[in-house]
Design a protein around this ligand. Sequence first.
Ligand SMILES: C[S@@+](CC[C@H](N)C(=O)[O-])C[C@H]1O[C@@H](n2cnc3c(N)ncnc32)[C@H](O)[C@@H]1O
Length: 376
Amino acid sequence: MKCDISKRCGSCQYINMDYHQQLVKKQEECQKLFPHLNVHSVEGMDHPYEYRNKVIVAFNQKYEYGLYEESSHKIVPTQKCLLHDEETHKILSKIQSLFRKYRMSIYDEKKNRGFMKHVLIRRAVSTNQTLVVLVATDGMFKGSKNFCQELVKACPTVKSIVLNVNKRQTSVVLSDNEKVLYGKGFIVDELCGLTFKISARSFYQINHEQCVKLYAKVKELLNSQKDEIILDTYCGIGTIGMSVADKCQEVIGVELNKDAYKDALNNAKMNHIDNVRFINDDATEFMIQMANKHQSVDSIIMDPPRAGSTKEFIHSVKVLQPKKVVYVSCDPTTQARDLKWFKEIGYQASDVYLYDMFPHTGHVECVVLLTKVHNG
Ligand SMILES: C[S@@+](CC[C@H](N)C(=O)[O-])C[C@H]1O[C@@H](n2cnc3c(N)ncnc32)[C@H](O)[C@@H]1O
C-alpha cells in the first residue's frame, strides 16, 4: 500500500520499506542492543495496516485535520492514514463537517487563542465501540448537545464523547480535567477472553491483534503455579495481570495513573476475578516499601513506559528475590540499560522475543524472561 503523505508526516519511518525487510531490520537493531542474548525473529502481522486503535489529530483554521509534520507543529492534512481503520476515518470526517457547520473556533497555538485543540479517537476493535475525546481550552462548549447528537446519529459506534479541558500551552495533549458530554465516559473492549473498560486517559495497547500474542508469551514465560503470588507492575487497566490470574494464587497490580487504576478495579469486578488487587502508587515506591517489609513474591511482571524502570526498583527486586521477572518493553534501549542493572543483582536473561506492535515505524515491543542465577 502506498502512503501519500509519508514525506511530510514522518510518523512511519519505514513505510516505504518492504514489510519483511522491516522485521529483519528491527531484529538486527535489537541484536545490536542485546549482543549476548538470543534475539528471536520479530513476530509480524499478516495485514500490517489499520492496526492503531488510537489516534490524536489537530485541526487548522481551514478545518483540515492531521498529525503534525516531523519535528514541527505544522499539520499535515490527512484524509487517510494507512494505520487507522475505516471507522476512524469516517468519524474524523464527520467531526470535520460538524466543526465547519458549527464554525468551531479552532485553537491557534501561536496566538494562544481559540477553543478546540485536538480530537482523540479510541476504538475498541472487538466490540466495535468508539470513544471520542474533544480537547479544548474551556469547559463551556456551547451547542455540545446538538453536536453530540449529530455525531452519534451519523456514527453509531460512538458510545461516549468526553470534553477534556486543557488550558496549558504544552505538548501534553490531555489534562486531568474532563467532562462527559455523552455516554458513560468509557468504552468496553474484549481481549484474551476478558472484558475491559477503557477510559480516556488510561493506557491501552494500541495493536489488539499483536497484544494477544504478546500477553500469551508473558503467560508462557511466567509458567506460574497455582500457589504463586505475582506482582504486575506498571499494570495499566490490569490487562496482563488479569490474563494470568487463572494460573496463580494472587496478582497484585501497581499503577500510577488514577484513572487506569480505577478502570483496573472495575475490570476485576466486571470479570468476576477475585484473586487480583490493585494499588495506586508509583511502582518504585511500592517496590521499596515491599522490600523494607521483607515481603516476598514468586514472579514480577514489569511493563514500564518508554523511559524504562529505575535502579531503585531493580535493587528492590534483589530483596524480594522472585524466581522470575518478565520484562515487557516498548523501548529496547532503556530495557537494555535496565538489564545491565539486573545483571548486577544476579538476574540474567537469555532470549529476547520481539512483537511488531507498530508496523511501518521504527518501534518494536520486546519481552525477556530474567531468572536468578546468583545472589548479586
Ligand atoms: C506501557 S504501559 C503498560 C500498561 C499495561 N501493562 C498494558 O499492557 O496495558 C505503562 C503503564 O505504566 C504506568 N506508569 C507510568 N509510570 C509509572 C510509575 N512510575 N509507576 C507505576 N506505573 C507507572 C502508565 O500509566 C501506564 O499505564
